[in-house]
Design a protein around this ligand. Structure first.
Ligand SMILES: NC(=O)C1=CN([C@@H]2O[C@H](COP(=O)(O)OP(=O)(O)OC[C@H]3O[C@@H](n4cnc5c(N)ncnc54)[C@H](O)[C@@H]3O)[C@@H](O)[C@H]2O)C=CC1
Ligand SMILES: Nc1nc(O)c(N)c(N[C@@H]2O[C@H](COP(=O)(O)O)[C@@H](O)[C@H]2O)n1
Length: 236
């Protein structure tokens, strides 16, 4: 299947510990980035026209996904997108609250849809609260195989650059889709925090890619105590 005719520019970006964890036990949120690297993350948010997280991140962290750490004149908020298959996002979350208060863009919740009556009830509640529900074509029940449809839906709705922020399950899906469909990810920007989380933390795996590295180093620099590393696909 063709990924999509108008390819989005896709940046995968997240913070990890030295032992490769993005979240604590049971996927709990942990503060990995220092203030300097967090500001760089907000700058990156400002250079993309959409930011995507998975439902668990949206529910656990109740994030704002905005650029509030930048000076006012540099703040440019990306379109918030949540991969929310079963419409689990609480209608009172900050993304919806900020939109209703005129302090953020309308959150888009992407789902393959459902015949379930409770799902339709949650859809009405979320739409009445202020969220936009967007249904992508479910090519299969697999998260990985849904990614081309998700990207087409975003592209069709005017998104040209997408920052994928996490969590680990979504990142894993994008890495696997990149390996399977090719040419999906344009760069990975990882903040490495000088700490260990331990074996109960949650990380990701990079799938094998015909024995050669799928991504190679392009740049590294320090931001406060953290190291930031930029990688690009081998073929780029
Ligand atoms: N260190 C960092 O930079 C970041 C850390 N996190 C942490 O990650 C934790 C949550 O991570 P996870 O539990 O892995 O959940 P996640 O945030 O990746 O969400 C996974 C859920 O998204 C939905 N989903 C829909 N389409 C999907 C697709 N194509 N691929 C994968 N999931 C899809 C499913 O309901 C799935 O259960 C959060 O608590 C947060 O603190 C989140 C973002 C960045
Ligand atoms: N860059 C980065 N460093 C960390 O240490 C983190 N825990 C995260 N998490 C991501 O940031 C979201 C919070 O965003 P807001 O501050 O609410 O705008 C969180 O949901 C994760 O996506 N990122």
């Amino acid at each position: 299947m063709d990924v999509h005719p108008d390819k989005l520019d896709i940046t995968i970006t997240f913070a990890q510990s030295l032992d490769g964890k993005l979240a604590g036990p049971d996927g709990a949120q942990i503060a990995l980035s220092c203030s300097e690297s967090m500001q760089i993350t907000h700058r990156l948010r400002s250079t993309n026209n959409a930011i995507l997280v998975g439902a668990n991140t949206a529910i656990n962290d109740n994030p704002q996904l905005n650029t509030r750490l930048l000076p006012t004149e540099e703040q440019r908020n990306p379109q918030p997108v949540v991969l929310d298959t079963n419409l689990r996002l609480p209608p009172g979350c900050k993304l919806v609250q900020n939109f209703v208060a005129g302090k953020g863009l309308q959150p888009w919740l992407l789902t393959p849809g459902s015949d379930d009556l409770d799902w339709h009830h949650r859809r009405r509640v979320l739409e009445n609260a202020g969220a936009r529900i967007m249904i992508y074509n479910p090519n299969s029940t697999s998260h990985v195989d849904s990614i081309p449809s998700i990207l087409s839906t975003l592209s069709f709705n005017g998104v040209s650059s997408l920052m994928v922020e996490g969590g680990p399950s979504v990142i894993q899906s994008f890495f696997t889709a990149h390996n399977k469909y090719g040419s999906i990810i344009d760069r990975i920007i990882i903040t490495v925090a000088p700490m260990f989380v331990g074996e109960d933390g949650v990380g990701y795996n990079l799938p094998r890619s015909d024995g050669k590295p799928a991504f190679i180093h392009k740049d590294s620099f320090l931001a406060g105590k953290d190291a930031i590393m930029v990688l690009e696909p081998t073929s780029a």
